[in-house]
Design a protein around this ligand. Sequence first.
Ligand SMILES: Cc1cc2nc3c(=O)[nH]c(=O)nc-3n(C[C@H](O)[C@H](O)[C@H](O)COP(=O)(O)OP(=O)(O)OC[C@H]3O[C@@H](n4cnc5c(N)ncnc54)[C@H](O)[C@@H]3O)c2cc1C
Length: 501
Amino acid sequence: MLIDARSLPDGSRITADVVIVGSGAAGLALAGEFAGSALTVCLLESGGEESSPEVNALSAGQGRLHGPDGVQLPCDDYLVESRERSLGGTLNLWGGKCAELDGLDFEEREWIAHSGWPLDKAELQPCYARACALLGIAPFDARQRAAVPVVALNGERRFTTALRTFSDLTGKLAGEKFHRYKYAVANQPNVSTYLHANVLDLVLDEAGQALRHVVFGTLDGRRHVAQGRVFVLAAGGLENPRLLLNADSQQRGGLGNAHDQVGRCFAGHGLLRFLAGNDQPPAVVEYAPGAAQRLGLYLDKDPRAVQGIFTLSRAAQRRDALAGFSATLEPVVQQDGKDYSPVYFSIEQQPDRESRLSLGAQRDALGLRRLVMDWRFNAADRDSFARAVALFAAELEQAGIGRLHYDADALRFVEVLETARHHIGATRMSDDPREGVVDRDCRVHGTANLYVAGASVFPTSGLANPTLTIVALALRLADRLKSQLRERGGVATSREWAGAA
Ligand SMILES: Cc1cc2nc3c(=O)[nH]c(=O)nc-3n(C[C@H](O)[C@H](O)[C@H](O)COP(=O)(O)OP(=O)(O)OC[C@H]3O[C@@H](n4cnc5c(N)ncnc54)[C@H](O)[C@@H]3O)c2cc1C
């Protein structure tokens, strides 16, 4: 059932078994898992059915991108442009590119500080399969791998092509599929979806350990309360930490922040492009005669066929103490009788406590303090990138494929960095509350019934585009919540009262 929160009488109180904040990839996947069950769900979404500049302005803040050499670039616009506040969230904008994290991404890598997830890939694998089904793509299993051949650059030594597939569950494609999906979840009889419902505060009970209710409000000034048995923040990788930090009236520094972890280790993926228009020499592969054809990338220029995304193998990452790295060879162009591919590089950003989100003094139209984002790419990122790119160039030559032309001195880094719209790590998962914000079940440390869904819980980013993993983790969380609620028994009836808040 879709309800416009602006139509509720001021001071309404809503109850449900599960209260979910945000209707993006995570929130919809989670709510969808409860569809048809005896449990009631209240989905609170800041936006309406369509995109609105006034609503998206609630995401504004102050952003600074820091390079390893002290260079700083303002990036305020990124905070608004890299996400969407309306039904379906940023799925309305995303490109649909899906990939699983690698098994190594979950492991503790002694050469990367703060690496290691409290779960391994095997544990997540069944949820990855369900996430693929939900997003309408083939599972990344042996059959799919066999169907799309892997191209090794130099005898499988260091670089092989990576599998990426595209979901068409996106608002960017014309067609009804995404439209049907988001409305199907939002309109389930046991799911009440409130639009224009902005969560403003998270309120604990007297003991200070369980969340009693969230306060939500509308831009026209009404305030309401949603009460639940469990609560999930699925407001996106930037807004999840912002909500926890803003909820500081009962606990200093905000919820889950007893050890100053909320907002720390913010990471994304950096794409390094060397474009002529950027005052940089382009990075290109100049192929040896016939090598481009032998390599056989971008057959038929179909992005769903073998793509030229060469990723660094696990063995090479271990041996050379490198973070995740890939080089994407774009479709071949011919010039003066020679074959070339423009290249761009993607890097995994290593967790850095100083790369962080915090609250500034400015407030949004609803009174929430706005974000300050100090997003740092540090010397370890630059060092890992520089060594990986040199290895890639050497492998290309040794394999007789061609030469990589790039200007190593031009690696001033943040100036050529295109930041992917992936918001990772700022409520990271760890069994140790001194190292993270949520535990392995995505429950906020120090609370009994508050959970987080989204890329903000990833302890490390890996190289894969995050949404498939966001959805897989949301499905896993739904399983946990269902059994927890069943164990405790009793089912709340979704209700609204006016004037009782
Ligand atoms: C242009 C673009 C292209 C992308 N391409 C890809 C890609 O190809 N592959 C990939 O994996 N990822 C891609 N991404 C990233 C991907 O879109 C996100 O990782 C994903 O959508 C995040 O899902 P989420 O549910 O965590 O957050 P969101 O989808 O951002 O949803 C959060 C929801 O919470 C709501 N909300 C926020 N605050 C509040 C509040 N206080 N109260 C109530 N509701 C609130 C928001 O309105 C929003 O609807 C892309 C992103 C962009 C912008």
